[in-house]
Design a protein around this ligand. Structure first.
Ligand code: ADP
Length: 573
């Protein structure tokens, strides 16, 4: 499954950046603890705890101040290279400069002493900034620079054995104006170079920290908004992440991070999976758990994986919860569908075959012409039933494939159409009283007559089918407003339980858990009807029902379908 792969990648990336960050921290500490040679002992400027932007800033602030003190310079400032702008820019904190001065201090990497030091990677001392041809005169004037020393800020990446594997110049570090009118000397350069290494490491750490924060933030947001539930449990058993979907599964609030999983996860299957993963380094098989959410049963498929660091050591376990309730329901309905469709196909076929065989065997003309006629008409009806079923299936397949059923719109007189359909259905039953309650002057509408016929036929068939004890069936219609008509088909049958009222329009959905519902069907009829009402006619369909009392299916149709109104479809004459 590719999501699992994706989570692993995410976590890997996160741990990679984290490791890099920790390495950088370690490096800063090492730099600080290294014994220093040289005449002047460099100060222990870097605090051991450099773990937040505020700390980094404080560390840098101390550093520039101490550089000022050691070099006896009036001002100390570092400039970082911005590759997008191609310029070197001063950043706070600085020593002896105002915030405005820091903001204004920028120079193209091709210009001035700063540019030269940055490009060449070699330190420069300027004894007279005003006359020296290399200096940028407006900056010299702005900062009242007399003399200066400038060294590159070089970031060194090292491998495990502390060998330098990569060097990158990220900017420059300046000290301006030796106090008491003095001049900077080579010893100052060496000192400044050493301090520059520290500064570069701190700046790099700060940048990395920022990048990690951003990346982490992004990761947390991504995880939080996933539709699947996700839990990350650290090797210590503490919950590292538990997104909204996962908290929902266990009915938990957002305050679960950092808690031990045994405190939070009560489901034994799940906590068992976590235990096995953490203690035995074993990934569990795919399991399914059932939980009650808002009074409804939800089925989750749960899978876990061991998360390993780059060194292959387990770092914890990640667990994914996928809500497969819908899929399961659909699977269940599909198998029921296969059973019912086979039955639906076999019933008419059996009848057809039976009557044809009977007729074939009748070599002596034992049946009267009337009897033969009856047999033929049964065969005829059963063939129609088969055709209907096959058409339904074909239509479903078309809808599923995204092809809308092609509408043929014309002016339809609902009164005449419904009267005809009611008459046909009266033939089919002697248990029911079918009342045609449609005003003769009901305004004509633009509709697809065949499909409207299908809608009404389906609803009437159901009304008969689901009121096995007979009763009254009514087809009523009226003009709702100048733009719409409403019609309904009501029965006094077995009714539909509340929780099924919206679901009966779903594909394959059948209410069939009681003995009174031994009516065969495919669960496709209402799905098709809904499609015909909504997609072809731009109307609405809904049902009101009470178990044991009866059902009323309402259909509301615009007098002109939206497709015609918008000019996308023509009306046939
Ligand atoms: P089918 O009748 O082939 O099962 P439908 O899509 O036409 O499929 O109907 C879906 C379900 O809705 C039926 O199985 C039945 O339980 C319920 N139903 C439909 N019409 C009625 C009705 N008039 N009275 C009671 N239940 C109904």
């Amino acid at each position: 499954m590719n999501w699992e792969q994706a989570y692993r990648e995410l976590w890997k990336e996160y741990s990679r950046v984290k490791t890099e960050y920790e390495r950088a921290l370690q490096r800063i500490r090492e730099l600080e603890s290294q014994p220093r040679n040289g005449a002047t002992k460099a100060p222990e400027v870097i605090a051991t705890e450099v773990a937040s932007p505020a700390n980094y800033e404080a560390t840098l602030r101390r550093l520039v101040k101490q550089i000022g003190a050691i070099l006896q310079a009036e001002k100390v400032v570092f400039m970082l290279y911005d590759p997008e702008e191609g310029e070197l820019r001063a950043y706070p904190p600085a020593y002896g400069l105002t915030d405005d001065e820091i903001r204004l201090l920028r120079i193209r990497a091709t210009q001035g002493v700063s540019g030269e030091v940055f490009r060449e990677g070699k330190p420069v001392i300027v004894h007279d900034a005003v006359t020296d041809p290399r200096t940028a005169k407006e900056l010299v004037a702005m900062l009242h620079i007399r003399n200066l020393v400038c060294v590159p800020l070089i970031l060194e990446k090292r491998d495990e054995e502390n060998r330098v594997v990569e060097r990158q110049t990220i900017g420059v570090l300046h000290a301006f104006n030796k106090q008491r009118g003095g001049n900077f000397i080579d010893e100052d350069v060496r000192l400044l170079e050493r301090m520059a290494r520290n500064a570069a490491a701190v700046i790099a750490g700060m940048r990395l920290y920022q990048a990690i924060l951003e990346e982490k933030e992004e990761l947390v947001h991504t995880i939080e908004s996933l539709r699947a539930g996700l839990i990350l449990v650290h090797q210590s058993g503490r919950i590292n992440q538990m997104n909204a979907a996962a908290r929902r599964v266990f009915g938990l609030g957002p305050d679960v991070l950092g808690k031990h999983y045994t405190e939070v996860i009560t489901n034994e299957v799940i906590s068992g999976m976590i235990r096995t993963a953490l203690e035995e380094e074993k990934e569990g098989d795919l399991v399914e758990i059932t939980v009650q959410l808002d009074g409804k049963e939800h089925i989750y498929q749960v899978q876990n994986a061991i998360v390993r660091g780059e060194d292959q050591k387990p770092m914890g376990t990640v667990m994914i919860f996928n809500d497969i309730t819908e899929i399961r329901n659909l699977e269940r309905m599909k198998s029921a569908f296969v059973a019912t469709v086979s039955h639906e196909l076999r019933t008419p076929l059996t009848a057809i075959k039976g009557f044809i065989s009977t007729l074939l065997m009748d070599s002596e003309d034992a049946f009267t012409p009337e009897e033969r006629r009856e047999f033929y008409s049964i065969i005829d009806q059963e063939t129609d039933r088969l055709t209907r079923l096959i058409n339904d299936l074909l239509n479903i397949a078309r809808i599923e494939a995204g092809e809308s059923l092609k509408p043929v719109y014309k002016l339809v007189d609902f009164y005449t159409l419904s009267k005809k359909i009611v008459m046909i259905h009266r033939q089919a039953t002697n248990k029911h009283t079918i009342i045609h309650d449609v005003p003769e002057n009901l305004p004509k509408i633009i509709a697809d007559e065949d499909k409207l016929d299908q809608i009404l036929t389906n609803l009437l068939n159901n009304a008969i089918k689901y009121s096995p004890n007979g009763g009254e069936i009514r087809v009523k219609a009226w003009e709702e407003d100048p733009d719409h008509i409403i019609f309904y088909v009501s029965d006094q049958g077995i009714g539909i339980p509340k929780e099924h009222l919206t679901k009966v329009f779903e594909k394959f959905h059948r209410v069939d858990n009681t003995d009174t519902r031994k009516q065969y069907g495919t669960g496709l009829g209402l799905y098709l009807v809904k499609h015909l009402v909504e997609v072809i006619h731009g109307g609405q369909i809904w049902v009101e029902s009470e178990v044991g009392v009866g059902s009323t299916f309402y259909v509301r149709l615009p007098k002109v379908p939206p497709a015609v109104k918008e000019g996308k479809e023509q009306v046939e004459k």
